[in-house]
Design a protein around this ligand. Structure first.
Ligand code: SF4
Length: 144
């Protein structure tokens, strides 16, 4: 029986050289301070109105869960605004990338957690995704 599960590793193995460590340190320092980044290694800030989706307690990458409270706060952390409400509002203010909110995001690849999304972007490690998901994304016009 054929399966769509793709368990192959990312395109390149993790590089722990000094250059990689330096880039990682700069990214971590700046993005944690500005966006409360959780270093997922596959940044989609431009598709989420510059609101980090990994701050969502459910780590949702394609919009809110449906449990958003009437005041726009999170159902899990009711004293905090839903990151997806912030994402929508933020995307309306962006001079570019507004339409990226409509793109379908691939499932998060937890093997990239703690690595540099900048390096993963340039090496295309963040483009790895299950074959079935890739086909679905192409059908509906997703970009990742
Ligand atoms: S999407 Fe990932 S890399 Fe981008 S700010 Fe959020 S945790 Fe950091």
């Amino acid at each position: 029986m054929e399966t769509n599960l793709d368990r192959s590793p990312p395109i390149t193995a993790a590089d722990r050289g000094s250059f990689t460590k330096a880039v990682l340190a700069v990214e971590k320092l700046t993005k944690e301070k500005i966006w409360d980044c959780r270093m997922c290694g596959q940044c989609i800030l431009h598709s989420t109105g510059m609101s980090c989706p990994m701050r969502c307690p459910k780590n949702l990458r394609n919009g809110p869960c449906g449990g958003v409270l009437q005041n726009g706060n999170c159902e899990v952390l009711p004293d905090r605004p839903c990151v997806w409400v912030q994402a929508w509002e933020g995307s309306r203010r962006l001079p570019v990338w507004r339409r990226h909110m409509e793109h379908l995001m691939a499932p998060v690849d937890w093997r990239l957690q703690g690595t540099s999304s900048w390096i993963n972007f340039w090496t295309r490690r963040d483009k790895h995704m299950p074959a079935g998901w890739k086909a679905a994304g192409e059908r509906i016009g997703g970009h990742r």
